[in-house]
Design a protein around this ligand. Structure first.
Ligand code: SF4
Length: 225
């Protein structure tokens, strides 16, 4: 490992340790709440992640819970009409499209995977509406596998902290996987998401009350509070 990478790794470990403590009392990400409430169920993590796309956790989490009151398996989900799913998940973004996608995915799981969510990267990515973010979240939170889900928060914070210098979430995922030990991958997602929702917000982050301000170069930050 080069000296530069060693330095970045030490900094990354220190950042994650501090954020672990600082986020302990924050509202956890929706996927972690789903696991806490329903156990490690890849199907429920997958569906809740789809509902959370382009929707705030504060809207998508209650919507997921309303839907899971009605159905918790692919078979049960297919017994619901699209209208019933739409009604349960409203007002998540694109709720009509998402209701149709849920039906398509459930039928696909039954047809190709014996009604089970697959754990492999290629199989997960072959499901309708599943991109790398959802795939990684299902692997990490649904199966407990080493995976880094890079959403907008993780991408933004990793770059601001100078841990990576990347243009998009896919590049960030690769760079963080090269930098961090596997046992920190899932936690990196959780603490960065909470920090990104509360402190290192997209516009004008709260650097004055940030616990990692002394080790953060604030790359790309033009205005802060
Ligand atoms: S110091 Fe500012 S830019 Fe750096 S992580 Fe904290 S809030 Fe984000």
């Amino acid at each position: 490992m080069s000296d530069e990478l060693k330095y970045k790794l030490e900094r990354a470990m220190a950042v994650i340790e501090r954020l672990r403590e600082a986020t302990a009392s924050m509202v956890q990400p929706a996927s972690a709440s789903i696991v806490q409430q329903y156990g490690r169920d890849p199907f429920l993590v997958l569906i809740s992640c789809l509902l959370s796309l382009r929707t705030k956790d504060s809207t998508s989490l209650p919507a997921s819970c309303r839907l899971f009151c009605l159905a918790k398996t692919p078979q049960q989900m297919l017994e619901l009409s699209s209208g019933a799913i739409e009604k349960a998940i409203y007002p998540v973004g694109f709720y009509r499209v998402k209701a149709r996608t849920i039906h398509t995915i459930c039928q696909d799981l039954i047809d190709r995977f014996d009604a089970q969510v697959p754990s492999g990267e290629d199989d997960l990515l072959s499901l309708k509406g599943v991109g790398r973010k959802t795939m990684n979240l299902v692997q990490a939170e649904g199966f407990g596998l080493p995976a880094i889900c890079v959403d907008v928060h993780v991408h933004r914070i990793a770059n601001r902290l100078g841990l990576v210098t990347t243009k998009n979430p896919d590049e960030t995922e690769k760079a963080l996987k090269a930098l961090l030990p596997q046992h920190l991958w899932a936690e990196c997602n959780r603490v960065f998401v909470m920090w990104g929702q509360n402190v290192c917000v997209p516009i004008s982050p709260f650097c004055s009350r940030c616990v990692v301000a002394d080790v953060c170069p604030r790359a790309g930050v033009k205005r802060s509070r």
